[in-house]
Every structure is written in structure tokens, then in C-alpha cells.
Design a protein around this ligand. Structure first.
Ligand code: ING
Length: 302
């Protein structure tokens, strides 16, 4: 057995006026709780440092960039890294990244994986950026991720915490390709932070099914790839917009073995045996034995 005790650090709402310092204090409180519960790492949500700002049409670049991080760690997040080192606990954190690259400034919806020595060992940039890129005033609220974030290059894995770890973000969890591309790299556990409004403007019929679709996506991805899946929400009422909670940890069998039951800051843990992945990766989902790539060509078609 290769046990890994994982904590979900689910966040309740972050209002626009909430300072990063106040949010980091909440994250630190949950990190201490996770440590007390025996966790080796804690998984935080997507965009965990600020309110979900893509709900607004923001024209002023300076106002928009105030929601991004230009360095990581930085003055606001250093206390989280310091506490992680002190407690010897790793973490996954989602945030908006402003990246200075050779060809200029880029905006990503990013997550990092930090080890038990508080070193950043992996960075991921959201591939499936949902929503829309132009102001659509007909909506109760916007979902301008396509305006505010570029799509990242792809899905990678990192050997850490005794196994093969992967990262994804929010809408990625709805796409079967996310899990399969990770599983083809031997991924045993994937961390997925999310912010999911209850109301889905283009298809309000889905609203009552938002928690069901969340869990269905996580369970399917886990079972069909013999992977542990850790989905962690930022939920509750942010600036008048209600988002789902529903954080849960799914075993390679597809069974939910731990879940949060509020829409606030809540820590729940699960003791995950990474060896359970083999029960599926060596049988039903033995890719070498059973996959038929010759029939899958269309999957990568545009
Ligand atoms: N949020 C939502 C998500 O995929 C969404 C967007 C909601 C898409 C409902 C489709 C239906 O969970 C983010 N941040 O991706």
C-alpha cells in the first residue's frame, strides 16, 4: 500500500472587497486543520485568492490585472508557503497568473503543486477555458474566462507524494480527454479546483443538475482511468452569484469516499491508497491490452 492522506480545503465565497491577506489567513487556518487530521497535502480551489472576477465585464486593464498574481510566492501568499514548510504539508493552489514571456504579457488560469518543503514542483495552465470573450449583457452575470485567460499547452504529471500526480482546473473536469491524457502518463491522482455557478446562462435547464454533473464528471473520470480524483470548490454566494460546493474525493472505483457538506470553508480528508489504481489500470483499463488507438483518430481532429 501507498497511503496518501489528502485534505480538501474547500472555500466559501470570496467577496470583491476581501483582501488577499484575509483569504490567505483562511487558507492557513484550513492548512492547520488538515495537518491536525493527518493530511500530507491540501487541495484548494481554482482562483482561490480572489472573487471569481470573470463574472464581470472589466474594461480597464489595470482594474483587471489587480486580480492576477505576477509572482508566486509573493508578499500576500508567502505566509501560506511558510506555514506549509513549518507543518511539512504540500498543497495545490489555483490563481490568476500574469506571466511575462518572451513575446509579452500572458494571462492564464493557473494552478501549482507545492511539495512538503514548500517548493513549487509543477505548474498547470487551464486548457478548457469556458464561457465567452465578448460582453453579453443579456446574461444575469458574465462568464468571461475566454476573454481573461489563454488556454494552456496541455496536461502533465509529476512524481510526488509517493505517486504520479496530475493537475486540471474546473471546466477541464467535464472533458473525458483531460483524464485520459493524464492517465496515458501514468497519473494516479488528479487535483481539480473549481468555481461553478449554479446558474448556467446558456442552458438554465442544467441549473438543477449542476451538482449532479459535477460529481458525474469526477466519478466518470476516476473510474474510466483508474485514478483518484480530488475536486475542490470555491462555493457559496459571491457578489450575489451562487456557486456550487460539492467538493469530493473519488476512488479509482468511481466511489466517492469523502465529501464536503457545506458551501463554506470546510476541510475533509481521505486516506487514499495509490495502489488501488492498479486494480483498474491492470485489468479493465489496462491501456496496453485493451485500448485501440487505430479507431480513435477523430479524437484529436479540430
Ligand atoms: N466554471 C464552470 C465549470 O465548467 C461551466 C463553467 C458551468 C460550464 C456550467 C458549463 C456548465 O464548472 C469554470 N470556471 O470552468
Amino acid at each position: 500500500s501507498r497511503y496518501l492522506t489528502v485534505a480538501m480545503g474547500q472555500l466559501g465565497p470570496i467577496q470583491r472587497a476581501d483582501s488577499r491577506a484575509s483569504v490567505v489567513a483562511r487558507l492557513c487556518a484550513m492548512m492547520r486543520e488538515a495537518k491536525a487530521l493527518g493530511a500530507q497535502l491540501i487541495v484548494y480551489p481554482e482562483l482561490a485568492l480572489t472573487t471569481f472576477f470573470p463574472r464581470w465585464y472589466i474594461e480597464d486593464p489595470q482594474e483587471l490585472h489587480a486580480f492576477y498574481e505576477t509572482t508566486m510566492p509573493n508578499a500576500d501568499t508567502q505566509p501560506l508557503f511558510d506555514l506549509a514548510r513549518e507543518l511539512g504539508i504540500g498543497f495545490y493552489l489555483g490563481y490568476a497568473e500574469l506571466a511575462q514571456e518572451a513575446d509579452g504579457l500572458h494571462q492564464y488560469n493557473t494552478s501549482i503543486l507545492v511539495n512538503q518543503q514548500a517548493e513549487i514542483i509543477a505548474k498547470y495552465r487551464k486548457v478548457h477555458v469556458p464561457g465567452h470573450s465578448e460582453h453579453e449583457p443579456w446574461r444575469r452575470f458574465q462568464h468571461l474566462e475566454k476573454r481573461y485567460f489563454e488556454s494552456g499547452p496541455g496536461f502533465g504529471v509529476t512524481e510526488a507524494f509517493g505517486g504520479v500526480m496530475g493537475m486540471a482546473l474546473c471546466n477541464d473536469r467535464r472533458w473525458a480527454e483531460t483524464y485520459r491524457v493524464l492517465a496515458l502518463q501514468r497519473c494516479e491522482m488528479v487535483f481539480i479546483g473549481y468555481n461553478t455557478p449554479v446558474h448556467n446562462a446558456p442552458a438554465p435547464q442544467h441549473d438543477d443538475l449542476s451538482l449532479f454533473h459535477n460529481q458525474l464528471s469526477l466519478q466518470a473520470g476516476a473510474y474510466q482511468n483508474g485514478m483518484w480524483v480530488v475536486g475542490v470548490a470555491k462555493g457559496g454566494l459571491e457578489e450575489g452569484v451562487d456557486s456550487i460546493g460539492g467538493s469530493c474525493i473519488v476512488a479509482p472505483s468511481g466511489e466517492v469516499i469523502s465529501r464536503c457538506i457545506t458551501k463554506d470553508d470546510e476541510v475533509q480528508v481521505a486516506r487514499c491508497d495509490l495502489d488501488w489504481c492498479a486494480i483498474y489500470k491492470r485489468t479493465t483499463f489496462d491501456f496496453d491490452l485493451h485500448r485501440r488507438p487505430h479507431a480513435y483518430g477523430l479524437i484529436t481532429a479540430k
